[in-house]
Ligand binder design. Structure first.
Ligand code: AMP
Length: 442
């Protein structure tokens, strides 16, 4: 199938062509016809599948064919994080460049006065995080009476971040007759409830996680003592040919402390977490995306949804508390058919989380001995049997193993290097696979 067959018109097709997209991805193929027919849609898809274009392209088509009442917004896209909202806005500009549609990006951490000015000029599409939208609405700065299309993106993340009450509140201010599109990587019971409450007879479309995301990711873990983490991390960084890496910490204070420590050791590392001022978050992100910063020390939330081409490594400085976060983190590398390597530091206190991660991905993670001590026996229960193999002495496990071949499956968006608005992946996400472990983890 090609984009013409999906029923999109010439200006949009031209914009798609300029992006270098040849064919629609499966989520686009499945969702776009329903959306163009004004149906409500539940899309089970994670970032990396092309879902942003999957809802943005038909939205532009629909809006471009209609007219705004007194320049009131006609479409609302809700995103869990500022960064993801900014990426959606970039995508909107790219795909809608041949239309006259306007947008307002309404996220926390940026000037409210500026956003109000943009709203006053009139915006067809609002792209917002829930908190800022409610704030502006309650100040009487936004009229939601003419919203015809609502998109709830990354609903599972909204749930994790406690945004469901906000979404409910926002929905209560929208016209009941509207089109609602909800995208989520998983269908947790709370999300199911949300769809039952706010969507009307939705069509469900689902796609598997992008196989190339992690077919090409080699995953390793290293036993360390809590105090030895920094030194071992640095050892791995030096040993590996790190071009660009995400280093994930579970706590914001560790993000700051670790990036300072790495800087003190002469590494070009920068922190990224939600407590930083939005201007520095944006600047750091832009520099990282442009390849100017090799090491980004970050928290899960700040890095959520960030699309960066060519990340060679992901480091889990901490074992993530939620196994899905491991999948999200690791999914940042090995994308678009490139190879990537993911390392995780594991202390004796992490057994429970490590077990959960291993269960989640359905396979062991190769242990590499980097000389770090793990001062406790691991002979208890599951963990013990899992770790019965002694840490291997080969510090470069990959050297002895050919990397997995980069399987370019047709259902994975291929990135064009000239294309700057790449949007991104989170992961090979997330839960809900049950026994059906995604192929890329096998
Ligand atoms: P998303 O899942 O929306 O975050 O998109 C993932 C990436 O795929 C983004 O970098 C998009 O620019 C890219 N993309 C979206 N649709 C296509 C397509 N049909 N062909 C190639 N790349 C695409």
């Amino acid at each position: 199938m090609n984009f013409e067959e999906l029923g999109l018109s010439a200006p949009i097709l031209d914009a798609i062509k300029d992006c270098g997209y040849d064919t629609p991805t499966p989520i686009q193929e499945k969702a776009i016809p329903h959306i163009l027919m004004s149906r409500d849609v539940v899309g089970l898809a994670q970032t990396g599948t092309g879902k942003t274009a999957g809802f943005t392209l038909p939205m532009i088509e629909i809006l471009a064919g209609g007219r705004a009442k007194a320049r009131m917004p006609r479409s609302l896209i809700l995103s869990p994080t500022r960064e993801l909202a900014a990426q959606i806005a970039e995508n909107f500009d790219t795909y809608g460049k041949n239309s006259k549609l306007t947008k307002a990006l309404l996220v926390g951490g940026s000037s409210m006065a500026e956003q109000i000015k943009i709203l006053d000029r009139g915006a067809d599409v609002l792209i917002a995080t829930p908190g800022r939208l409610i704030d502006l609405f309650e100040r009487g700065k936004i009229l939601l009476n003419d919203i015809k299309i609502l998109v709830i993106d990354e609903a599972d993340r909204m749930l994790d971040m406690g945004f469901i009450p906000d979404i409910e509140k926002i929905c209560s201010h929208l016209p009941p007759i509207r089109q609602t599109l909800l995208f989520s990587a998983t269908m947790a019971p709370e999300i199911k409830k949300l769809t039952e409450k706010f969507l009307s007879n939705p069509r469900e479309v689902a796609v598997s996680p992008p196989a190339s995301t992690a077919v090409t990711v080699q995953q390793f873990r290293v036993n360390v003592s809590p105090k030895g983490k920094n030194a071992i991390l640095e050892k791995i960084i030096k040993q590996e040919k790190v071009k660009t890496a995400f280093i994930f910490c579970n706590r914001k204070r560790d993000v700051d402390a670790l990036s300072k420590w790495l800087q003190g050791r002469g590494h070009d590392a920068r922190p990224l977490h939600g407590d930083m001022a939005q201007v520095s978050r944006t600047k750091t992100l832009e520099e990282f995306k442009a390849g100017k910063i090799p090491l980004l020390v970050c928290s899960d939330v700040a890095a959520r949804g960030i699309d960066v081409a060519s990340v060679s490594h992901v480091f889990n400085y901490d074992v993530p508390g939620a196994p899905d976060d491991y999948v999200h983190r690791v999914g940042r590398t090995g994308r678009a058919g490139e190879t990537g390597r993911a390392w995780m530091l594991v202390t004796k206190y992490d057994d429970k989380q490590l077990n959960a991660v291993i269960k989640r991905i359905g396979k062991e993670i190769e242990i590499v001995d980097m000389g770090g001590e793990r001062s406790v026996s691991t002979s208890k229960g599951d963990t013990g049997s899992r770790e019965r193999s002694k840490p291997q002495s080969n510090p470069k496990p990959s050297a002895s193993k050919p990397p997995h071949s980069a399987q370019k499956t047709p259902n994975v968006p291929k990135k064009k290097s000239s294309h700057t608005h790449d949007n991104k992946n989170e992961s090979a996400d997330s839960a809900g696979f049950g026994d059906d472990v995604p192929a890329f983890f096998k």
